[in-house]
Design a protein around this ligand. Structure first.
Ligand code: GLN
Length: 195
């Protein structure tokens, strides 16, 4: 991507692994911008909500009065949520139930792989890709319900792990923790095509 068309993509930087996402976005050809307040959302072409601890992030979002500004941003621009970010974008959250942005018509169960297997690395084949990608799961949620308008792009053990709905996308794994930029590039395609 040439610098003339480099998209500005925010990374919510309240908690979690936002730094790794910034680096992954830069590798994929975008200009990352750390977002900590409403003003930081100005002029962004898209936003990443990283992994971390969704309950902590939620508290910080409420303290910073960022829930409504993020919902509003999501009505106009693409958001990519990974792991805790997927939980924050979901319409329903279980185990335990908690508030969310509700921008994607999915239902998720937190920490759904259980305590014994808190993290794992799996090989997945995503839609439109001719090579597997390595998916790092860390205390990941499982997407238990997908709405009619949600498209499943990859599954692991039968459950959706990479899905999109309109301009938004979520992964229950951590594409920012590998050097493979394909998932970030998929998101940047959405950023480039959504008006
Ligand atoms: N277990 C975390 C949560 O429920 C998510 C873990 C992650 O983002 N790696 O919020």
């Amino acid at each position: 991507m040439s610098s003339a068309v480099r998209k500005k993509v925010g990374v919510l930087a309240l908690q979690g692994d936002f730094e790794a996402h910034g680096k992954a976005l830069a590798r994929a050809g975008a200009e990352p911008v750390e977002v900590r307040s409403e003003g930081d959302l100005q002029d962004l072409d898209g936003l990443v909500i990283p992994g971390g601890e969704s309950s902590t992030m939620l508290k910080l979002l409420e303290i910073e009065n960022l829930m409504e500004p993020l919902r509003d941003f999501g009505r106009r621009r693409p958001i990519f949520g990974t792991c805790a970010g997927a939980i924050l974008l979901a319409a329903e959250v279980l185990n335990p139930s908690q508030a969310s942005l509700g921008l994607m018509d999915i239902g998720v169960e937190r920490n759904a792989y259980g305590r014994q297997l808190e993290s794992r690395i799996a090989q997945l084949r995503a839609e439109g890709q001719d090579q597997d990608l390595e998916a790092v799961f860390i205390r990941a949620p499982i997407i238990r319900r997908v709405g009619e308008d949600v498209k499943v792009l990859a599954r692991y053990q039968g459950d959706p792990v990479l899905v999109e709905q309109g301009r938004h996308m979520v992964a229950t794994f951590h594409p920012e923790l590998t050097t493979d930029s394909r998932v970030h590039r998929m998101f940047l395609e959405k950023v480039a095509t959504s008006g």
